[in-house]
Design a protein around this ligand. Structure first.
Ligand code: PLP
Length: 390
């Protein structure tokens, strides 16, 4: 065959920059990784026990396509309590295979070919490819260190066209830890209403908001519930990445559309994971609080350490990432990450893995024990001093 059998829109999708980087990491031994975007905590025992008990009871079948009714009831109660948005558990909640599947369902449910999807950048690596795979057109809206990487309504407004259909938001943000001030979020909500945009609000880090601050979902602002798909899951706050369970909440018409795609493509999320998720929502709050406390202490340490080294690092108010500016070293983000890995065996992710506006920065995760973070920062210090004297 002379031409590739692979669909053109799939051929055009680049491989994840993070995956490529970690293939190099895997060939090395003794690396301290600040690169991983998942909790270093094992899922709390009572949640794992619920999964074990589910298996012991012989619960090994499919569930309803939308998910276990009692899980949907818990999700609706949780979202109402923590975000102040009411969804009907029977018709407006869909349990998915992680937020990853929910993002894909939402985009495929909404997009006709050529529709434009705006998202703030640097952003989670899957957004642009997921949009392209759903035949949409990705439109990046740059964010800036001077604004703490929050999205500015004027930057968004400047990129709206008659084909703009969806806005993807993720606060706190992967990779920058950015959060939004309510006043700016209100300006963004007003733009969405004026331009008839649907919002996908990826809330996956919302429990991990620090400095005593509270998180506001755009879905909770007046006039936004009806035009928002609220996406959330268990991977980060409950340390349940391997369970692969998340959810989408949205008005009936949108939930029904996502359900049709989910029903034929996936059928349902694993029952074992769904039963563990019920336990997480019922009794997991103390675990979330404990991990939150650990993350906040690590964040305080690592932000201070980068600034001490002369690499300016804004203090993110959420998630478990810092995004220091490495331009004082004179290296690109790719050079910095590769050389730090080869010369000091410390892994961090080049900012460009999260979009071109990530150039000049690297992402370091503090979902790693404090002792390891301290050792890693000592090595980063040696590296920065050696680069400066070469
Ligand atoms: N959204 C963001 C912003 C993420 O950072 C991640 C994972 O890193 C996901 C979604 C995927 O989450 P899940 O494990 O629920 O599929």
């Amino acid at each position: 065959m002379t031409t590739s059998p692979v669909a053109r829109h799939v051929q055009s999708i680049p491989r994840s920059g993070i995956r490529d980087f970690f293939e190099v990491v895997q060939t090395m031994s003794g690396v301290i990784s600040l690169g991983i975007g998942e909790p270093d905590f094992v899922t709390p025992w009572h949640i794992r026990e619920a999964a074990v008990y589910s298996l012991e009871q012989g619960h090994t079948g499919y569930t309803s396509n939308l998910g276990l009714p009692r899980l949907r009831t818990e999700i609706a109660a949780y979202v109402q309590k923590h975000f102040g948005v009411a969804y009907d558990a029977q018709t407006e909640v869909l349990v998915s295979v992680g937020v990853s599947e929910a993002i894909d369902l939402a985009l495929r449910a909404l997009l006709d070919p050529g529709d434009e999807v705006l998202y703030h950048e640097p952003c989670y690596v899957s957004y642009s490819p997921s949009i392209a795979l759903a035949h949409g057109v990705p439109v990046a809206v740059p964010t800036h260190a001077a604004d703490g990487f929050a999205l500015r309504a004027d930057e968004l407004a400047a990129r709206l066209t008659p084909r703009s259909k969806v806005l993807m938001l993720n606060f706190p943000t992967n990779p920058t830890g950015a959060t939004m001030e309510r006043a700016e979020l209100e300006r963004i909500a007003a733009l969405c209403q004026r331009h008839n945009l649907v919002v996908l609000s990826d809330e996956i880090y919302s429990e991990l908001t620090y400095d005593g601050g509270s998180h506001t979902s755009i879905a909770a602002l007046p006039g936004m519930r009806e035009r928002t798909i609220f996406l959330h899951g268990f991977s980060k706050a409950f340390a349940m990445t391997g369970f692969r369970v998340g959810y989408a909440c949205a008005p009936v018409e949108l939930t029904e559309a996502m359900m049709r795609i989910h029903q034929y493509g996936i059928l349902c999320a694993s029952i074992t994971s769904q039963e563990a998720a019920v336990e997480a929502l019922r009794h997991g709050a103390p675990d979330v609080a404990k991990m939150h406390g650990e993350y906040e202490a690590r964040r305080n340490y690592i932000v201070h350490a980068f600034n001490e080294l002369g690499l300016p690092c804004h203090k993110p108010r959420g998630a478990f990432y810092v995004f220091p500016d490495i331009r004082p070293t004179g290296l690109t983000s790719q050079e910095f990450s590769l050389r730090l890995l080869k010369e000091k065996k410390v892994a961090c992710v080049p900012g460009t893995a999260f979009g071109p506006s990530g150039e000049g920065y690297v992402r370091c995760s503090y979902a790693t024990g404090l002792a390891k973070i301290k050792t890693a920062m000592g090595l980063v210090g040696e590296f920065v001093r050696e680069v400066a004297t070469r």
